[in-house]
Design a protein around this ligand. Structure first.
Ligand code: AMP
Length: 112
């Protein structure tokens, strides 16, 4: 059993309010929001990063469709951004794949 924070959330060891869910993935609020709406979508099964996730079409599809559904439920009708920080250069800090759903303001580009 993994002891990282997202494994504990996915396994229900740490309870967080779920914004949305489907058979294979859950969506919840980021603890340190970088936009008025900042959600995280994680698969219920652990993958280290999006490279691993992309090799599993069932879970990849589930994460992407839940990200879109969660954005809609959060009222992001004017657009939003989906981000998978990946590896050291990508700024990934939690070794469990997660899709950031950001919106609720006009987001700048490029990211830092
Ligand atoms: P990343 O830097 O892409 O790996 O993103 C990790 C994200 O997880 C950050 O935006 C953190 O704020 C968020 N985070 C860390 N711990 C928790 C937690 N317990 N609940 C919700 N979000 C968390």
């Amino acid at each position: 059993m993994s002891d990282d924070i997202f494994s504990k959330i996915a396994q229900g060891e740490i309870e967080v309010p779920l914004v949305d869910s489907n058979e294979y993935a859950v969506a919840f609020a980021d603890i340190n929001p970088q936009a008025p709406v900042h959600l995280l979508v994680i698969p219920k099964k652990k993958f280290l990063n999006v490279t691993e996730l992309a090799a599993d079409s069932t879970y990849m599809q589930a994460v992407m469709s839940l990200a879109v559904s969660a954005a809609s439920k959060a009222g992001l009708t004017n657009g939003y951004r989906l981000v998978f920080n990946t590896g050291q250069d990508g700024g990934q800090t939690v070794p469990y794949v997660h899709c950031h759903v950001l919106g609720g303001r006009s987001l700048t580009w490029p990211p830092g």
